[in-house]
Design a protein around this ligand. Structure first.
Ligand SMILES: Cc1cc2nc3c(=O)[nH]c(=O)nc-3n(C[C@H](O)[C@H](O)[C@H](O)COP(=O)(O)O)c2cc1C
Length: 371
């Protein structure tokens, strides 16, 4: 993966000229699928190791990302608590938050030692806490610093070092801004993979949640990045949910990252391997995934971890099935969590089936009725 592009500094004037994006131009496509073809986004408090284990039961091939872990948390905190993961999670990427090249290099080394497949630098988080630490989305205003960070990490490890960013910050409304950011970080830092959350981050006045909803999506700018930098891997993210939407995006870029939809509707990932990675049709159904998750809950419970920490991530598994609301209620009931996972499973399935048969009663058998 490493090698090109060259690390020699080139003046920004040698970057490709800014053009008005158009969706009409064809995009060069790679005959071998990129390792970044489809991934589940880093999501704080959501994509912990339990969640990633659960997602891996549904998709074998999608790339999984950790929540953002700050360099401070790794340098001063409990490293195993932040970095331990289940071997089943591969390919799995560690997302780092930070802006100090030496600290990031140190944390990238930890990631390599722990066995991660990629280190990703967060340049897209708009939260005030992150801004106070001078990293996340505000780093987009300092592409040379990001290049230095990426270079320090690349020099420290042989893992791919990738960047996740927005298309702009605040009211910047120009494709040239993200184009120069990507160009600088690629040319001066050697970054080859960019994950583009295709909306601006507004650093003042919006909460992180609003910052995922209010700034308009600019897919055309992400597509234009691929045209301007065909040698780079460009992954698009933001509001891309259904398989048809994923397929549509893959005609323009190398990969798609899905966040909230994958979390809330995890069974939507069940067809990903077959459709997007050419894998054999899936044999495990929803029941089998639930069974495997219950076995996992039993294992972590035996190791002293409250199993509710992990079961919360599977509450969307049966969305759309008759009785799924009752199933979810039983799993999230605090009284249920006082029992063993297999007991919770039995009660949840029974409650689901009872509701489903009330909603869809079996036809009444009329025995012995006179005709
Ligand atoms: C609860 C939550 C936490 C998030 N935490 C992170 C994070 O730690 N790092 C990051 O780069 N993005 C984070 N994001 C943003 C997502 O990675 C993604 O860019 C965003 O949700 C848009 O994609 P989507 O429309 O597919 O959800 C978070 C999103 C959510 C919903």
């Amino acid at each position: 993966m490493h090698g090109a592009p060259g690390r020699a500094r080139r003046p920004a004037s040698s970057l490709p000229p800014s053009r008005v994006p158009t969706d009409k131009e064809p995009v060069p496509t790679d005959p071998t699928p990129s390792p970044w073809r489809l991934s589940v986004a880093p999501m704080m408090d959501w994509t912990d190791r339990h969640c990633r284990h659960f997602h891996r039961l549904i998709t074998r091939h999608a790339r999984l990302y950790t929540e953002m872990v700050t360099t401070g948390a790794l340098i001063h905190g409990d490293v195993p608590r932040h970095l331990d993961f289940n071997p089943s999670e591969h390919p799995v990427a560690l997302q780092l938050g930070g802006s100090e090249p030496a600290d990031l290099a140190h944390c990238a080394r930890l990631a390599e030692t722990w066995g991660y497949d990629e280190v990703n630098l967060n340049c897209g988080c708009p939260s005030e806490r992150v801004q106070r630490g001078a990293f996340g989305a505000c780093l987009m205003a300092e592409p040379e610093l990001v290049a230095d960070c990426v270079k320090a990490m690349r020099d420290a490890v042989s893992l791919p070092v990738t960047v996740k960013h927005r298309v702009g910050i605040d009211q910047v409304d120009s494709y040239g801004f993200v184009r120069d950011f990507v160009g600088t970080v690629a040319l001066h830092g050697g970054c080859e993979v960019f994950i583009v959350h295709a909306r601006n981050a507004w650093l003042k006045g919006l909460s992180p949640k609003e910052n995922r909803e209010i700034p308009p999506l600019q897919y055309a700018w992400a597509h234009q990045l691929k045209r301007d930098f065909p040698q780079l891997t460009i992954v698009i993210n933001g509001g891309i949910n259904r398989p048809d939407e994923i397929a549509e995006q893959l005609a323009h870029v190398d990969g798609v990252m899905v966040g909230r939809h994958a979390y809330h509707e995890p069974w939507a990932m069940a067809d990903w391997d077959e459709r997007f990675f050419g894998a054999a049709a899936r044999t495990a159904d929803c029941d089998a995934v639930e069974d495997a998750m219950v076995a996992y809950l039993q294992r972590i419970s035996a190791a002293g971890v409250p199993w509710g920490h992990a079961s919360r991530h599977m509450l969307g598994l049966r969305n759309g099935q008759p009785g799924s609301r009752r199933w979810r209620q039983v799993w999230s009931d605090s009284r249920t969590k006082a029992s063993m996972p297999e007991v919770a499973q039995r009660e949840a399935r029974a409650a689901m089936q009872a509701t489903a048969s009330r909603q869809n009663p079996a036809p009444v058998q009329l025995t012995g009725a006179a005709s």
